[in-house]
Write a protein that binds this ligand. Structure first.
Ligand SMILES: Cc1cc2nc3c(=O)[nH]c(=O)nc-3n(C[C@H](O)[C@H](O)[C@H](O)COP(=O)(O)O)c2cc1C
Length: 206
């Protein structure tokens, strides 16, 4: 039972999203004591942003690419393999300036590869990866759900849908900066939600 946990808080282990990810892992390990949990912290170990050289490497012809270009391709392949090997994925996602952390975006930018993780067809792009549960643990200072101003959740749905992942489950911890009562209540509700999701998981779920 493989779980991939992606953390992206600038506060490291002290981040609220990181704390929720820990809660998820504890629940997961309680249910699956032999679980293989892989953690990727994209702030502690940043993924380079795409630039001309990196994108050139990813688009390069395998017959003629340089060894530097090959190492960029190998790096991106490893990130994809980590994703495909997991039976379920946890994305711990803080809201920063109405969006996702740029470090998380840099990771995502290495996953979306035409001909590898999705393909173009006459009817638009189609994902090439097998669907599986992605648990998004969304930590927010304010409250955005149903406000019409949540640009994070639609972005994540659209992006992972492009790769073939249609099964995102969102756990919201909102209002974390709106006073102690609001914070305690949000974290308590999120913890309960996580427990329910872990209990409901079955291998092979999408
Ligand atoms: C740089 C920065 C930008 C933020 N921008 C927003 C924002 O746009 N909306 C919001 O509701 N909260 C915002 N917050 C508050 C965070 O969403 C909140 O602190 C949350 O706990 C972050 O998750 P983390 O603790 O896992 O890092 C921001 C916090 C920081 C540090």
């Amino acid at each position: 039972m493989n779980l991939l946990v992606v953390k992206s808080s600038v506060f490291g282990q002290g981040g609220q999203s990181s704390g929720l990810a820990e809660t998820f892992c504890q629940q997961w390990k309680a249910r699956y004591p032999d679980a293989d949990v892989v953690e990727r912290d994209v702030v502690a170990n940043p993924i380079p942003h795409l630039d001309g050289e990196r994108i050139g490497a990813l688009f390069s012809d395998p017959e003629t690419r340089s060894s530097e270009q090959q190492s960029v391709v190998d790096f991106a392949d490893d990130l994809l393999e980590e994703l495909t090997r997991a039976d379920a994925i946890v994305l711990a996602v803080p809201m920063y300036n109405f969006s996702i952390p740029s470090q998380l975006k840099a990771w995502m930018d290495h996953l979306a590869r035409a001909g590898v993780s999705f393909k173009y067809t006459e009817n638009g792009p189609v994902g090439l990866l097998k669907d599986k549960p992605i648990y998004v643990l969304a930590a927010r200072g304010g409250v955005y759900q149903s406000s019409g101003q949540d640009y994070q959740a639609p972005l994540l749905k659209q992006f992972f849908g492009l790769l073939g992942f249609e099964s995102l489950r969102f756990v919201y911890a909102e209002g974390l900066n709106l006073g102690e009562e609001s914070k305690a209540s949000a974290l308590n509700d999120a913890t309960q939600h996580i427990a329910n999701l872990v209990a409901a998981f079955e291998l092979g779920d999408a």
